[in-house]
Design a protein around this ligand. Structure first.
Ligand SMILES: Nc1ncnc2c1ncn2[C@@H]1O[C@H](COP(=O)(O)OP(=O)(O)OP(=O)(O)O)[C@@H](O)[C@H]1O
Ligand SMILES: [Mg+2]
Length: 209
């Protein structure tokens, strides 16, 4: 079973958004469980609203993460995604240790980029592979990505952080879907948000092979 930790020391960077919109895609490819490691329990709140029992969302704490991961693996799930809290260092580091890949969602702004450095330092100290995912990005301009996205890529390259080609745009569909316990693919099949979620999942999955 591959473990994707979605982690960032910055609050509101789209960690839970990435987990809930990608987990349905991962679930169709061998099963996926979201491990909700955040005491705010955002993923669990989404799960309460959900009509479907899959993908499963299971609350975890720092002391039982390993045990729950072993159980899920034994149950034959191909993937798990750990939705990390923003400010609990012990919890983030436990999730990072268990991860095959750490996805670090980052909004393209100075403060978010600065905070990302702390997350990458943690991943490096633990010798775990991490990749940045640019989230809440503005629409592309003629001729390519918005300038703030290009600047964010340059910033991250300068600190030796790998960055996913796929990005998550600032799109109403990502937040509307949550209110009905659904994900972007279910909310608007074939829509831009659905296509972005699928492209990001493909890239993260490939990086975990
Ligand atoms: N790409 C996006 N487009 C539109 N809204 C978004 C997007 N990403 C996140 N949001 C909204 O921004 C808010 C914060 O997102 P989210 O809860 O996913 O961040 P988080 O990193 O999990 O936050 P926390 O650190 O508090 O756990 C939510 O209201 C969410 O719906
Ligand atoms: Mg969250």
């Amino acid at each position: 079973m591959k473990v994707l930790a979605v982690a960032s020391r910055k609050g509101g960077s789209s960690k839970t958004t990435i987990c809930v919109h990608l987990a349905g895609l991962a679930d169709e490819e061998g099963g996926c469980v979201i491990l909700d490691a955040d005491p705010q329990a955002s993923a669990s709140v989404w799960y309460e609203l959900r009509q479907d029992e899959r993908p499963f969302v299971v609350p975890v704490g720092v002391d039982n993460l390993r045990k729950v991961l072993a159980t899920i693996k034994g149950d034959g799930f191909a993937y798990s995604m750990v939705d990390c809290p923003p400010h609990n260092e012990a919890s983030i580091s436990e999730a990072m240790r268990a991860a095959d890949l750490i996805a670090v969602p980052i909004r393209p702004s100075l403060f978010d980029l600065r905070a990302a450095e702390a997350t990458f330092s943690m991943a490096r100290a633990l010798k775990r592979p991490a990749v940045a995912v640019l989230t809440g990005v503005p629409p592309p301009m003629t001729g390519g990505e918005a300038s703030i996205v290009r600047e964010a890529r340059a910033y991250l390259e300068a600190i030796d952080a790998e960055v996913c080609t796929a990005t998550i745009g600032q799109r109403a569909a990502f937040s509307h879907a949550l209110l009905s316990g659904s994900n972007a693919v279910e909310y608007e099949p074939g829509g831009k948000a659905a296509r972005e979620a699928a492209a990001l999942w493909r890239e993260l999955k490939d990086r975990m092979q």
